[in-house]
Design a protein around this ligand. Structure first.
Ligand code: CO
Length: 163
């Protein structure tokens, strides 16, 4: 496994669309393993392949117990609404106020190509939608009301987690 370099906002790769994964092979597994190591090393909640310079439909979300792997994900269902703080490993040191669905059901393939479904609420729903957006070339900054002020960030006192 190896750490991969995280692409930062301003790099055009973050605005590009991604390709469907068709080969569930050793190369994909290496990418997933490297992304997991990079995500954990960065203390992030989620990481999408374009953030490491790879234009494939792949993202990871750390649930706190487990790192879920999403390959060729589709959003099946959304409900409710939440407005809150959101960050991104590609936009270091900043947080924005973003409104998202509160419950999200995603269908995706695992690293062996098997389809599965997972439902996320609150932070997990936010993470699924944030990472899914990366695969469409969309950053949260395009959806946010505004950046949070330093005072608001200090109040949150949880600036150690980014998506
Ligand atoms: Co992000």
């Amino acid at each position: 496994m190896a750490l991969r370099n995280i692409v930062k906002e301003g790099d055009s790769i973050l605005g590009k669309k991604t390709r469907t994964v068709t080969a569930f092979d050793a190369r994909l597994h290496t990418l997933l393993d490297d992304m997991q190591e990079t995500l954990i090393d960065s203390n992030g909640v989620g990481l999408a392949a374009p953030q490491v310079g790879i234009l494939k439909k792949v993202f990871l979300v750390d649930t706190g117990e487990d790192v879920l792997e999403f390959i060729n994900p589709e959003i099946l269902k959304t409900s409710g609404e939440q407005t809150g703080c959101e960050g991104c490993l590609s936009v270091p040191g900043k947080y924005g106020i973003v409104t998202r669905a509160n419950v999200v059901t995603v269908r995706a393939q695992d690293r062996f190509g098997e389809w599965y479904e997972v439902e996320g609420e609150e932070l997990m729903a936010r993470a699924f939608l944030h990472e899914y957006d990366h695969l469409q070339g969309v950053l949260y900054t395009a959806r946010m009301e505004r950046f949070m002020t330093q005072e608001e960030i200090d109040e949150l006192n949880s600036g150690d987690e980014e998506e």
